[in-house]
Write a protein that binds this ligand. Structure first.
Ligand code: ATP
Length: 235
């Protein structure tokens, strides 16, 4: 198991947002976390990346407990989060944004190779590599955010709501790329309100409802589940 979270609790002040949830991700898997607004999906990702502390429970990465480690240490172990809202650097070029993704690495030759790989996955970023990030379209900025995450050469990529604010065509293009990420040996934990898209590329999924996991299974099973269909797939 690459990542396992066991009965984790997290609070904002006195409000408990994660109420003892357990989930796991294996190497090479895409696992989706779906659920309504405010269910705790982003908080779950931030608990894994270390931005939000857990009050109790265990998070293990490659079998080692990580819940006491800083975010930077977790990045060093191979956990990279792509935050919600494509937070790229608008005043820096596409190339500079990608270089920042690799800033904790020292293996220059490998970084150059990964840059070429990112450009082959996202040809539009190659075309626009000298352009300022802020001048890209929303879909392109989201691609840049994902490519920047990949430049850290993670073992686990945490994606928060990559479809947010994108036109349907851009969402489809982006999800086609996300689907391919495990081929490079990288696992993905994907948080999405767009359950339809998430279940179309994930191997497995968890449904989060007000801080509790209410359902879990393969994406195929969940797509057929009447409750999931009604609540998250529009009938
Ligand atoms: P969304 O899709 O809207 O981001 P979500 O499922 O990711 O929803 P979270 O962002 O994890 O949900 O939020 C879970 C709950 O915690 C919500 O009720 C939210 O209002 C609350 N919350 C989130 N961030 C904070 C914060 N910094 N301080 C206090 N409460 C917060």
């Amino acid at each position: 198991m690459l990542l396992s979270a066991e009965k984790i609790h997290a609070c904002y002040g006195a409000v408990e947002v994660l109420k003892g949830i357990s989930f796991d991700v294996s190497a090479g898997e895409i696992v989706a976390l779906i659920g309504a607004n405010g269910a705790g999906k982003s908080t779950t990702l931030m608990a894994v990346s270390g931005i939000v502390p857990v009050n109790s429970g265990k998070i293990k990465f490659n079998g080692e407990p990580i819940q006491a480690l800083s975010t930077q240490k977790r990045v060093g172990l191979g956990i990279t989060q792509v935050p919600e809202g494509r937070r790229i650097f608008p005043q820096l070029t596409v190339l500079e944004n990608l270089e920042i993704g690799a800033s904790l690495r020292t293996d220059k030759a490998e970084i150059a190779r990964d840059m070429e790989r990112a450009f082959s996955i996202f040809p539009v970023l190659k075309q626009r590599r000298g352009q300022l990030g802020g001048t890209l379209s929303g879909g392109e900025q989201q691609m840049l955010a994902v490519a920047r995450g990949l430049m850290a050469r993670p073992k686990l990529l945490l994606l928060d709501e990559p479809s947010l604010g994108l036109a349907p065509k851009a969402v489809a293009a982006l999800f086609e790329v996300i689907r391919e990420i495990p081929k490079n040996g990288i696992a993905v934990l994907l948080v999405e309100q767009n359950a339809y898209q998430a279940l179309s590329i994930a191997h497995r999924a968890y449904v989060l409802e007000t801080g509790t996991i209410s359902l879990q299974g393969s994406s195929a099973e969940l797509r057929q589940n009447p409750g999931v269909k009604k609540a998250y797939l529009g009938g």
